[in-house]
Unconditional design. Structure first.
Length: 222
């Protein structure tokens, strides 16, 4: 069956949320303003799975419609009752480079008790490269959730603010090799001698994956 904007719109108005999920998946086969308009419709669906699926596509569909998509994403981030929808909104905000949404990202990070929301916001701040996020990312390093800490390490590396180096150096002997692996990536963003020295230490790490990554980054810095 040929997929058209009209056929997708019909499915989006179905009482069966399975049909509406199907419609959002079919949006990938449409292009232009029609696809974006239908994604907006789905982003306001009563079912959280439909909203999540629609918002997850807005990073690609909304590039030509930033003035419209930004308030939609900020509302989803701050007001949606479902954590996964809020997380998807944070991801899309980062994907679209919507730096003006930083105040909302910070506010939701501080008010949410959902680790998934906090994780997605921290990761988004790294992708956005917002210098004003430095203090929040430093705080995220103190999170009780190791995934949030790992994301904060990566985000501080992407931010490239040398003030982060002393805090990052404290993780060179962390017991989780995946966190140390992320640390090697973060330290490779800095040219300061102390960052290079830490990479040299990590090049002898007990984890072959971490050691190899550190050696690779050291070669790139040479």
């Amino acid at each position: 069956m040929t997929i058209t904007p009209d056929s997708v719109r019909e499915l989006l108005h179905s009482q069966d949320y399975g049909d509406r999920i199907k419609a959002v998946n079919q949006l990938r086969q449409l292009q232009g303003p029609a696809a974006f308009d239908l994604a907006q419709l789905a982003a306001h669906d009563s079912n959280a799975r439909v909203r999540y699926a629609a918002i997850s596509q807005l990073a690609s569909l909304g590039r030509q419609h930033l003035a419209t998509v930004e308030p939609l994403l900020r509302r989803a981030l701050t007001n949606d009752p479902e954590a996964d929808v809020q997380a998807a909104a944070a991801d899309a905000i980062a994907g679209l480079g919507l730096r003006a949404a930083y105040p909302d990202l910070e506010a939701v990070y501080r008010s949410s008790s959902e680790w998934l929301v906090q994780f997605s916001i921290v990761a988004a701040l790294g992708e956005l490269g917002a210098p004003e996020a430095f203090t929040l990312l430093q705080e995220a390093l103190q999170s009780d959730n190791e995934l949030v800490v790992t994301a904060a390490i990566g985000a501080l590396g992407e931010l490239g603010d040398r003030r982060a180096i002393p805090s990052l150096l404290g993780y060179t002997e962390h017991p989780d090799w995946q966190l140390r692996h992320r640390l090697t990536q973060a330290l490779s963003r800095f040219s300061e001698p102390e960052a290079r020295l830490a990479l040299e230490t990590l090049s002898q790490d007990s984890s072959p994956i971490v050691a190899e990554a550190a050696r690779h980054h050291l070669k790139q810095l040479a």
